[in-house]
Ligand binder design. Structure first.
Ligand SMILES: O=CC(=O)O
Length: 429
């Protein structure tokens, strides 16, 4: 089953620089309370009194800082920042450099890198075992951390901080668009407007522009007339959120009562406090199957399973109501895509919207066919996008800022802001 959702961020502390909130504040997220399990990581920065004080060393992997020059100025004042050149960030060379102790006893890893996964591939035992014992914190861009063995990092005494909070608003906004797409068949509507012209361009001379125009008008009119019968308003339908962390709660706030008027249902490995359920008018279901059986649209917003196994399989899909809508803005590895294609073809799943894919950057060919086909009774039943949900300038600003703030906090002996692996540390008592 999925890992626990992210350690919440204190409510009084806005994500520094993440979103311009002054004119239009985001809806409050009720669960953002300080977490009792937060702990201070013992300082391992060398404080050698006999020599001049040394600044802690930060290994900066990935892109240069683009959006937060003021915080970066503070950062490089406090730390010696080493940014290996591209060639040293290739896995083989990175491993060689670690073995040679090329960057000395560095204290933090800083990865403000917009892109899923690490530049040098999985952060597994092969890399982690080579890290010097001086490393205390690894702060990275990105909500997901399925590419990093955070348990092993904790066993080495390294706190891993993600930046999910900085991406939550963008991901939730995108999920809203995707949920609406499943109710209103946006791929069908969009494809019908342009596909005849795209096919004509692809086959160039075979059909005249008058023929293309006639076909296009026919397809337009068919969609205009028929999409209506397959489309519904989301209001009063049950939105089933599989995962109810920051992102799930933001989706609930945007689509629930007082907004789009959907009824909110959720399942999470950790049931949320009554206060959260009350504020979001959310009903807890005690199993994935129970949630699916109650939902008109299921949204996957939970971290990837630690064992890499999908949650959405032929067996779990069978618990859905016939014609259910399905949205994935979490991780492609959570879905058995062949089983989902079967369910779409049989009508068990009525429509879907998928931002993430099991083998990115490859998109499953059967799902592509279901996304573009104009020759079925309800064509274009799947919206497919390229892992774009979190991708906004505001997210990127927040990734940079939050990663730097996490490192500043830990290396200055304070609480990490968004740690996600503290539950793997031995307890202090
Ligand atoms: O998928 C995007 C992220 O992990 O932030």
């Amino acid at each position: 089953m999925a890992e626990p959702t992210n350690t919440p961020y204190p409510p009084s502390t806005p994500v520094p620089g993440s979103t311009p909130r002054s004119t239009s504040p985001a809806p409050p997220i009720p669960s953002l309370t300080p977490n009792a399990t937060m702990t201070t990581i013992p300082l391992r920065v060398s404080l050698d009194a006999s020599s001049a004080p040394k600044r802690p060393i930060v290994l900066h992997i990935g892109d240069p800082i683009k959006y937060n020059p003021a915080t970066y100025a503070e950062f490089i004042q406090a730390f010696e920042v080493i940014r290996p050149p591209t060639a040293e960030r290739e896995r083989a060379e990175f491993i060689r450099a670690l073995k040679e102790h090329r960057w000395g006893d560095f204290n933090a890893i800083f990865r403000p890198f917009w892109g899923t996964g690490g530049e040098m591939g999985r952060w597994d035992a092969e890399l982690i075992d080579l890290l010097p014992n001086s490393v205390q914190v690894f702060a990275s861009a990105g909500a997901g951390f399925d590419w990093a063995d955070t348990k092993l990092l904790a066993e080495k005494g390294i706190v891993y901080c993600n930046s999910g909070l900085a991406a939550a608003e963008a991901v939730a906004d995108f999920a809203v668009a995707m949920v609406i797409s499943t109710f209103r068949h946006l791929p069908w509507c969009m494809n019908a407007a342009v596909l005849p012209f795209l096919s004509a361009t692809a086959s160039s001379s075979s059909s005249s522009s008058a023929e293309t125009d006639a076909v296009a008008r026919q397809i337009f009119q068919a969609c205009h007339a028929q999409a209506t019968a397959a489309s519904h308003n989301p209001r009063n339908h049950v939105l089933g959120l599989l995962g109810f962390g920051n992102i799930g709660q933001q989706i609930a706030a945007k689509l629930g009562h007082g907004a789009f008027g959907m009824k909110i249902a959720y399942y999470d490995v950790i049931r949320k406090p009554a206060r959260v359920e009350t504020e979001l008018d959310a009903v807890f279901y005690d199993s994935l199957e129970a949630l699916f059986a109650a939902s008109d649209c299921v949204v996957l917003c939970t971290p990837a399973s630690t064992d890499g196994k999908p949650l959405i399989t032929a067996a779990s899909l069978a618990a859905m109501r016939p014609g259910t809508r399905f949205v994935n803005i979490a991780r492609g590895s959570l879905v058995d895509e062949a089983a989902l294609a079967n369910a779409l073809e049989s009508g068990l799943v009525g429509s879907a919207a998928l931002d993430v894919h099991a083998e990115e950057p490859r998109v499953h060919p059967r799902l592509v066919k279901l996304a573009v086909g104009l020759d079925t009774p309800t064509p274009g039943r799947v919206m497919l996008t390229c892992h774009n949900a979190g991708g906004t300038v505001e997210t990127h600003i927040g990734f940079e800022e939050l990663s730097m703030r996490n490192i500043l906090a830990v290396l200055q002996g304070k609480l990490a802001i968004t740690p996600v692996n503290l539950h793997y540390f031995p307890s202090e008592s």
